[in-house]
Design a protein around this ligand. Structure first.
Ligand SMILES: *Cc1c(COP(=O)(O)O)cnc(C)c1O
Ligand SMILES: [Zn+2]
Length: 374
């Protein structure tokens, strides 16, 4: 049976209990057994909802979708090595957050909720705003005041109420928590349904490789909505006997805001809140990741680790990818800088045939003018 379960106290709630948090304040996960009817899946359209039996929405009539997903997995040479890049910047709103938003807003529609709040460094806010627009659900989106204007334009034009909060990303998070006392919180890091959307990333990668796992997955990490989604997705495929291993997860953070990197390296029991510095990688400027311990445990379970990259390394990688015709936003370039570091340190050990997948997480059109300043 599917249910919501608290990480802290193990209290169980119904899937249709309209809540995003346990009464004890703990994080909720979804306990759910997916099905993968591979023959049927193969015959469906190349969209993320082709894995319908693995997505915990009860009624098809509640699905909110722009026919998104099945983004290209393309061969690209980085630092002399062939890698595969999942082009997640090619989603309707220009980031992988659409995966989570599609499933979460479908669930919110299923629950009959008419208004939500969400906070974001921009991309999750754009995604939630777009899917709320499609579902006819009202939303208030909270973002830091210095968020890229492309993202602000999206949020406003989708018809959401935009609240620009001065200060840090954490000040924005504090503002939304206040609002969430009275309005349902469609959070991309608190709400477990979001992760059951981002997990479709793993299903697609595995299917695109002929139902196989890559050896290594390298991606930029802030609040962990993609890395945890990927972990859940690969684990579900592994538990179903479809793939024979879970890829090593490598999380990339910027030196200017790297709480997970430090907590992992120093083997800390709890991810401490750090004071982040300003970074061009706004999508991963998360000083206090709510699911930090869960992210570290997932990375550790796969034999992975974290890498930090400097602001200059991110800028260099961004310029290089743009000159090669890939228009991604600066945060997405952190993963490229990360894979370069990874290859530099690991090329000898793991042999030349290591299958590495990385992710273009967000589109360059969101950040246009900022990018010209580098
Ligand atoms: C959200 C985002 C990330 C990081 O995802 P998390 O869920 O915060 O780990 C990376 N890149 C871009 C472009 C994003 O929008
Ligand atoms: Zn609890």
């Amino acid at each position: 049976m599917s249910e919501l379960i608290c990480q802290a106290c193990s209290t169980v709630y119904s899937m249709n209990d309209p809540r995003w948090q346990c009464d004890c304040g703990g994080l909720l996960d979804i306990s759910f057994v997916p099905a993968f009817p591979l023959e049927k899946i193969k015959q469906r359209k190349p969209l993320m909802w082709r894995y319908r039996e693995a997505i915990p929405i009860e009624n098809d009539a509640h699905i909110v979708s722009f026919d998104e997903g099945f983004t290209p997995l393309s061969e690209v040479v980085i630092a002399g090595k062939k890698v595969l890049i999942k082009q997640e910047h090619l989603f309707p709103t220009g980031s992988f957050k659409d995966r989570g938003a599609s499933v979460l807003i479908s669930k919110i529609k299923e629950l009959g909720i008419s208004k939500v709040v969400e906070d974001s460094s921009g991309n999750a806010g754009s995604a939630i705003a777009a899917y709320c627009a499609a579902a006819g659900i009202a939303c208030d989106i909270y973002v830091p005041a210095d968020t890229s204007e492309g993202k602000l334009a999206q949020i406003q034009l989708f018809g959401a109420n935009l609240n620009k909060i001065p200060g840090t990303r954490e000040d924005t998070a504090a503002a939304v928590l206040k609002a969430a006392e009275t309005v349902y919180y469609a959070s991309h890091y608190w709400n477990p349904f979001f992760f059951h959307g981002t997990k479709t990333f793993a299903f697609e990668v595995a299917e695109q490789l002929g139902w196989k796992s890559p050896d290594t997955l390298i991606l930029a990490v802030g609040n962990g909505s993609l890395i945890l989604g990927a972990y859940i997705g690969f684990k579900e495929l592994y538990d179903a006997g479809i793939i024979d291993k879970i890829p090593r997860l490598i999380g990339v953070q910027t030196e200017n805001c790297a709480p997970l990197y430090h907590a992992f390296r120093e083997n800390l029991k709890k991810v401490p809140e750090i004071k982040g510095k300003k970074t061009i990688a706004e999508g991963i400027a998360i000083a206090a990741p709510i699911r930090g311990n869960q992210i570290i445990e997932a990375v550790r379970n796969t034999g992975g680790h974290f890498i930090v990259v400097s602001e200059d390394e991110i800028k260099e990688s961004l310029k290089e990818m743009c000159r090669r015709g890939y228009y991604i936003e600066p945060t997405a370039a952190a993963a490229i800088a990360g894979v370069k570091k990874y290859l530099h340190h690991h090329q000898q050990g793991s042999g030349g045939d290591e299958l590495i997948v990385l992710v273009f997480t967000g589109h360059g059109l969101k950040a246009g003018r900022k990018m010209l300043e580098f």
